[in-house]
Design a protein around this ligand. Sequence first.
Ligand SMILES: [Zn+2]
Length: 383
Amino acid sequence: MQRLHLQGGFGEKGRTSVLIDDGESRVMLDAGIKVGAPPEDYHPLLAHPASEIDALFITHAHEDHIGALCWLIGQGFAGPVFMTPTTQSEMSATLDQYAHVFDLATYPVSKAAIEVFEPGDEISFASQRIMTGHTGHVAGGVWFAVQSGGKRTLYCGDVVPESAVFPMTPMPEGDMMLLDCSYGDDRTPASVRAERIVAWVAERPKGSVLPTPLSGRSLELLAILSGPLAIADLMYEPLREQISVPKLLKPGVAERLAERLETTHRWKPGDPLPNCPLLVHDGMGSAGPAALALEMAEQSGHPVLLSGHLPEGSPGHRMRELGNADWFRLPTHPTLPQNRVLWENAGRPRLMGHSCEAKALEEIQHALPAMVTIAATGDSTEI
Ligand SMILES: [Zn+2]
């Protein structure tokens, strides 16, 4: 038997977190924050005191999966933190931007607490066995399949089954699947969306600003945009790091992107906006050089294309509402048909969807009849 506690990201987008308790040990998967949320909803809702959680496993370094790490330590968590080397190398940049200043200064993540593993490794921890695999979402991002108490829970984290850049390892069968439902009933293939973005950029030859998270979508954009391209100076090293391990990318992609990266112009805050497309992080204008670049673009009427999730209250959300920015999705999560395939391949287990509102789950239940649409943060269930 496993007891699952939904600690964040269910019936909402952000602060993604799940706790799996098999009666002998408690393993927590992800510790995200929710950008734009009031303080009481910013961090995961812990089902047990943090000091009674035995280990934490992190899927990837996006803020909605790792941003609450310092906070969790501050709450009393003292166990090991399992992550891949890529996630470890990106962790500081995310925590610097999204952890509360007090938590970051008072409860830093000690190097000794971090246990590094490679995507594809199988980890035995206490009474639980955790399988891992590539997600297709970011370099070094993983899914988890947690086996304990005679059951297996599949936790997708964020996945992209058909990325042009990153591979995704097939998941095993399971008794319960926690599916990445960020895109609800979106059925538009990634290739169609990529063409739209390429056309939008081509129609603005005097330049444009494209906010994007430091990892994942940035490489996807680098792969689809040809012609002159600028990136925020601060992106260069992290992007080079992400393509430095070719096995984390699809065959041939690392070499192609490395070449492309070297041809980019580097934009520094304080420089005028370049007369070519500019990639700048983060993806919503909440942190990083994107905050300044969006301000400059808005003042001068420079074109802006947003392409990801925009939390309410973020600068990107506000600009889109005001009509000061365009928005086309560049997929970094599964479409509904892709989620259907993931579920079929997992042996049609019971399903709960994370990273979307309850209404979106109702809209996709016709294609995923095993979906528990009412599952929400704070709920617990037994399998
Ligand atoms: Zn992510």
